[in-house]
Design a protein around this ligand. Structure first.
Ligand SMILES: *Cc1c(COP(=O)(O)O)cnc(C)c1O
Length: 437
């Protein structure tokens, strides 16, 4: 599969190039340049197929010519010592739990694969630098996935405030390959610095620079795998339409679902589940998108005013607006309904949902009612994106249950010191990292 920019008609480039460049020099974001037909694989994989088997089978087909089956199974095994879990709740609902990774968030799936596939593609390459902006747990996920990867140094930029969850043993000063740097500024300053560094061609070439932020298409592709996984687990039981409900912040997760559909997964629709920061729903309905200042909610990962994947989603609508309007259904859920849904799901199924997953659950229920699907044999797969123990207080309040925090998640709160503290400028960044190269 090759990749092209959303903004230009330049000849497409390979997956390796797209992953290692991350941002097209001509602007826009990388998207797949062609569609793959994976249908034959959906027939012979079934409920007994393990996740790493699915990844080892699908990845070399998607990345033909770049990743052979042997390399793919090595990548799958080194990336995934955790799996998604599909629970069928009843005829109408299943829950796809995606929070079994090291930081208890679905983002672990994309990041783990990206790190493992980069190491594989970088065999016989020179060393590269993966520069990423983070506020917290994503940094832990990146550090976890990139630690000790051959030929890769991972630089993490943090805004002012405590840095949490990193293990100093993994830092470059202790023989590891992780470099946390604190920026005197905000998260936006950190993101700006990442983009500035990548677009600065001499700088980017000097260090072989890319990023593990969600802009990297190498995080979106592996997120298609868990949609396919849910499908093969369910295919025997499905009578009617299949819909996925996805809690949407920057829309990376939803876009991966749309790729899975483009690869031939038989799906009838996606619920774009938002909280009250739902201005983007207007765009999905076919109207003009007018960004609004975001307001804080109990599902903060969805408090996004302009989704960073806007251009990727836009390119789907540009291609086939009518098809898309029958494929993606926006729903907005407020905090009160989110809490009520957490309580209801606990009472009805004995399952704890984090607030983001509850938004998706409620959105699926709303769509079922508004589209008259409650008495049809439509089946909803709700994506559970966060471990309920990460938002224990809210989950406790909604369900009255005492939530035990697993050791793995308790470690995420531990403070760590950065390797350097710098102003948000490229020369300051270079000063801080140059001795590491
Ligand atoms: C990041 C995140 C989301 C939103 O995912 P996007 O790909 O940004 O739409 C949803 N839930 C949780 C728990 C998250 O951390």
């Amino acid at each position: 599969m090759q990749f092209r920019s959303t903004k230009s008609n330049k000849p497409p480039i390979s997956f390796k190039e797209a992953v290692l460049r991350c941002l097209p020099p001509e602007g826009g974001l990388y998207v797949p340049a062609s569609v793959m037909d994976m249908r034959q694989f959906f027939f012979y994989m079934d409920a007994d197929t393990a996740y790493h088997e699915l990844v080892s089978t699908v990845a070399p087909v998607l990345l033909q010519g770049e990743l052979n089956p042997f390399s793919a199974s090595r990548v799958a095994e080194s990336a995934f010592d955790f799996e998604p879990e599909l629970k069928q709740l009843d005829e109408r609902f299943s829950l796809l739990s995606l929070y079994n990774g090291p930081t208890g968030v679905f983002k672990d799936f994309g990041i783990a694969f990206l790190a493992a596939v980069m190491e594989e593609l970088l065999k016989n390459n020179r060393r590269i630098m993966v520069l990423s902006a983070t506020r917290g747990d994503t940094g832990v996920s990146i550090a976890h996935a990139f630690y000790n990867r051959h030929n890769v140094v991972s630089v993490l930029l943090y805004p002012s405030g405590p840095i949490r969850g990193l293990d100093p043993e993994t830092f470059i000063s202790n023989g590891g390959n992780i470099i946390p740097i604190q920026i005197r500024g905000t998260f936006d300053d950190c993101q700006r610095l990442v983009a500035e560094a990548i677009y600065d061609q001499p700088f980017a070439e000097r260090y072989g620079l890319t990023t593990a932020n969600a802009l990297n298409p190498g995080r979106l592709l592996p997120q298609t795998f868990y949609y396919l996984y849910a499908f093969i687990k369910l295919k025997k039981y499905l009578q009617g339409d299949l819909l996925f409900s996805v809690p949407c912040g920057n829309f990376g997760n939803l876009i991966s679902g749309l790729y899975a559909w483009k690869f031939g997964m038989p799906v009838h629709g996606f619920v774009a589940a938002m909280n009250m920061n739902n201005a983007f729903g207007e765009f999905i309905r076919g109207n003009a998108f007018q960004p609004k200042q975001s307001v804080p909610t109990i599902s903060p990962a969805l408090d996004v005013s302009v989704p960073s994947n806007y251009e990727r989603l836009f390119s789907f609508y540009e291609e086939a607006p009518a098809v898309m309007r029958n494929m993606v259904f926006p729903e907005a859920i407020d905090d009160r309904i989110t809490l009520e849904t957490m309580e209801q799901v606990w009472k009805q199924y004995n399952i704890l949902l984090d607030p983001h997953s509850a938004v998706a659950f409620a959105a699926a229920e709303h769509l079922a009612v508004s589209h008259d699907l409650t008495h049809s044999d439509a089946h909803f797969v709700v994506l559970a994106t966060g471990d309920p123990a990460k938002t224990a207080e809210t989950v406790s309040k909604a369900t009255g249950q005492h939530i035990k925090i697993p050791e793995k998640l308790a470690m995420l709160r531990k403070k760590a010191d950065p390797i350097a503290l710098i102003d948000p400028h490229l020369d300051a960044l270079e000063g801080a990292i140059v001795s590491c190269f």
